[in-house]
Design a protein around this ligand. Structure first.
Ligand SMILES: *Cc1c(COP(=O)(O)O)cnc(C)c1O
Length: 431
């Protein structure tokens, strides 16, 4: 293996990173291994240091790393088969996982599971289900209705329902389908939504006959801005969808599996969608896998002639290795899941209180195992990330947001350290 300095140099010259310039990439850290809630980093000089992963690897590694139960599931499945095609074949890992997902899912109506490769593809599939369902009924509808500030993935259809500004729709004008965006709802679980509701109902009325689906991340918008909004907003959107014959899609790729303090963000809304997308934490962060659950109403509509089938089938659909690990990860959620999430939540809450008084901090908010410090304007946040690393915590702040979504496996001391690192990060970029 090349020495760390050469690995990093090759990486800089040849390997593209997410949302990064290939010509002048931001400094990138070499991870040697990970276990528990810690990443072992290696500097160019070959020194190692351990840091707590405040991001849970983009919100996926809810149990942490090198989890014995997940490692065991992976090894056992490797001994049987890593992969086999899903067209015309099936296997126990997919069947068991589908059964568990159906049982865990909100309500009793989500009875059908479509496995896909990633969150973005799950959203593609959900939207195709909605478009196909209307087309099969002989009443094609072209639009998707959503709220500003959302994030639904990076492939084309998900990008089209991601916030037009954050999602840089101007870059893709003429290429992306144009969807209908209601205003971003007011922030906070108990905010007054009267004005938002009035504007949204009026906008919806203009498009109702052509709306195939309404899609939202319930209660917490993730990558679009870590924005917490009232469950009542979701109920209004659900009613608009139902009254106009549109399908309701919940994108719980970020919020699912306890992240916001309830098993599903949908639970806070007391609404069961027609279609539910899950991903990210599904495999405990081991492999990429997502699932789309839907009601029998949706499967019946989509399976009608002329298509007679959902026109989607990824090569790695229901990858057995990923399914086996996901199944083991769901078993680890356990009866005390929400207790664990809520202990992370209360420590984040108290350790972020100090951030309110820092210059340039506009808002501090938490929901479940999510902590957010919002700055009053976008800044160069490289010094913030560096300050967090100095405090032994890996964070990846973006735009005007310093946030953490730690593994649920963090102890109170580790969560306190994450909170302190976020506060230090905010201080490091105070004007
Ligand atoms: C991350 C995310 C996606 C996209 O998932 P990928 O696996 O990155 O394609 C979609 N929706 C939400 C809400 C997400 O947080």
């Amino acid at each position: 293996m090349l020495p760390p300095r050469d690995l990093l140099a090759f990486d800089r010259d040849h390997v593209w990173h997410p949302y990064a310039s290939a010509l002048s990439p931001a400094p990138t850290h070499l991870v040697e291994s990970a276990s528990g809630v810690r990443l072992r980093l290696r500097t160019a000089d070959g020194d190692t240091c351990e840091v707590i992963d405040g991001m849970a690897s983009w919100w996926c590694a809810i149990h942490g790393y090198a989890v014995p139960e997940l490692d065991a599931a992976a090894h056992a499945q490797l001994g049987r088969m890593a992969h086999v095609m899903f067209g015309g074949l099936t296997h126990e890992p997919a069947i068991t996982l589908a059964d568990k997902l159906i049982r865990l899912s909100p309500g009793d109506d989500l009875q059908h599971v479509f496995f896909a490769d990633s969150g973005s593809v799950a959203v593609e599939v959900a939207l195709k289900m909605a478009w196909q369902a209307h087309a099969a009924a002989g009443l094609p509808r072209s639009k998707v209705f959503t709220i500003r500030g959302g994030y639904h993935g990076d492939t084309m259809a998900p990008m089209s329902v991601t916030d037009p500004v954050n999602g840089m729709h101007t870059l893709f004008r003429g290429v992306l389908p144009e969807q209908v965006f209601a205003p971003q709802p007011p922030g906070g679980l108990d905010a007054d939504i009267a004005q938002w509701e009035q504007q949204t109902r009026a906008l919806y009325a203009d498009h109702a006959a052509d709306v195939a689906a309404v899609i939202v991340e319930p209660v917490l918008q993730g990558a679009g801005g870590m924005w917490i909004y009232p469950p009542q907003v979701v109920r209004v959107l659900a009613a608009l969808a139902r009254d106009s014959g549109a399908l309701l899609i919940f994108d719980e790729i970020a919020t699912g599996f306890g992240r916001t303090g309830t098993l599903w963000a949908a639970d806070r809304c007391a609404v069961v969608p027609d279609i539910l997308c899950v991903g990210k934490a599904l495999t405990g962060g081991y492999l990429t896998l997502s699932a789309v659950l839907c009601t029998s109403k949706v499967t019946e509509a989509v399976s009608a002639e002329p298509a007679g089938a959902l026109m989607h089938g990824p090569t790695f659909m229901a990858n057995p290795l990923a399914c086996a690990i996901a199944s083991a990860s769901l078993d680890l959620l356990g009866d005390d899941l929400l207790d664990r999430v809520n202990s992370v939540a209360s420590v984040l809450d108290s350790s972020l209180a100090d951030a309110r008084d820092i210059a340039g901090v506009a808002d501090v908010r938490t929901i479940g195992a999510v902590g957010v410090i919002q700055l009053d304007a976008p800044r160069d946040l490289a010094p913030a990330a560096a300050a967090a690393l100095d405090h032994g915590v890996w964070l990846r702040p973006f735009r005007n947001l310093i946030y953490a979504m730690p593994p649920y496996a963090c102890t109170a001391a580790e969560t306190t350290q994450i909170g302190a690192a976020m506060v230090a990060a905010a201080r490091a970029v105070a004007p």
